[in-house]
Design a protein around this ligand. Structure first.
Ligand code: G4P
Length: 279
């Protein structure tokens, strides 16, 4: 399956992101814990050059717990402070404040040496579409005290959320563009729903997903749909249609409907906790 997609609004997003990042000290990069590599924009290292960095593995509730730990270790070994989060259920947030301090430690020490004391760290959340940026910011907002409002001059028109006495967060996230560097990455992004399904062949996508799931989490398809897991993925999809009563007027299995069911259930975590990429 060949996915390549670069909507026009990404060009604008890229420009805005480059503009906003100039006034930022700390870049909080949100990744999808199920596909930490595929959901990462490889240009981020260049974009965030010279900034403090924090990596957040969001949607950790949908990923495999052992893989979550492996990914935290992986990014930590690369020198990036990394936190596991479930923004939807607001889990993992107690570690954020401490992690921000840790990520900004070197910067704060540099500031101190230059006699700059008490200037708040300005942070910004970035990530590809659908990774959970808005949900994450909303969850943080609920914990944070106040919005600081517009600050004339430097940050005109921007809203800042005061997270604690030393950190302010820009309330609008930076949108990064996904990178379809190879077919696997494009497919992973499609699996988790980061690409508009209208431009995809859902049946083909679900057949590939069935192959991936039965390899990574044997028994998951049987448990969810009551089907076998042997034979071709096409046969399994047909079986899912039959088991779920998705039958067309002429009596044949409705593959389109079954495909949508497989994709929706996977994305909602109903097939179990699955991480599609391992470090
Ligand atoms: P974005 O700003 O990066 O584009 O993403 P957004 O926050 O809009 O989140 C995209 C979808 O991901 C939303 O689901 C949101 O609820 C879900 N989500 C965000 N964080 C998490 C998480 O940690 N765990 C889980 N399980 N889901 C998460 P939606 O179906 O589009 O909306 P809704 O019906 O949940 O409101």
């Amino acid at each position: 399956m060949n996915v390549s997609w670069y909507p026009g609004h990404m060009t604008k997003a890229k420009r805005m992101m480059a503009e906003d990042i100039k006034i930022i000290d700390l870049v909080i990069e949100l990744l999808d814990a199920r596909i930490p590599v595929s959901s990462r924009n490889p240009d981020i290292d260049e974009l965030a050059k010279g900034k403090s960095r924090l990596v957040i593995l969001n949607k950790s509730d949908l990923a495999d717990p052992a893989s979550n730990e492996q990914w935290v270790r992986y990014f930590s070994e690369k020198g990036l402070v990394t936190v596991l989060i479930d923004s939807k259920n607001r889990k993992g947030f107690s570690a954020i404040s401490r992690s921000i301090d840790e990520a900004c430690k070197a910067k704060l020490e540099r500031d101190k040496k230059r006699g700059i004391i008490g200037r708040p760290v300005r942070a910004m959340v970035v990530g590809i579409p659908n990774v959970g940026k808005s949900t994450f910011i909303n969850s943080l907002c609920k914990r944070a005290s106040t919005k600081t409002g517009n600050k004339p001059g430097v940050t005109k028109g921007k809203q800042w959320i005061k997270l604690n006495k030393s950190v302010e967060l820009l309330d609008t996230p930076g949108i990064l563009w996904p990178k379809f560097e190879n077919e696997t990455i494009g497919q992973n992004l499609a699996f988790i729903g980061s690409i508009n399904d209208e431009i995809l062949d859902e049946v083909e996508l679900s057949l590939n997903l069935i192959d991936v799931i039965r390899k990574l989490l044997p028994g998951a398809l049987t448990k969810r749909f009551g089907t076998g897991e042997e034979g071709s993925s096409h046969d399994i999809l047909g079986d899912i249609a039959v088991k779920r009563g998705s039958i067309k007027a002429g009596g044949e299995a409705d593959y389109d409907k079954a495909a949508r069911m497989v994709l929706t259930d996977f994305r909602a975590g109903l097939l179990g906790n699955i991480t599609l990429e391992i470090p």
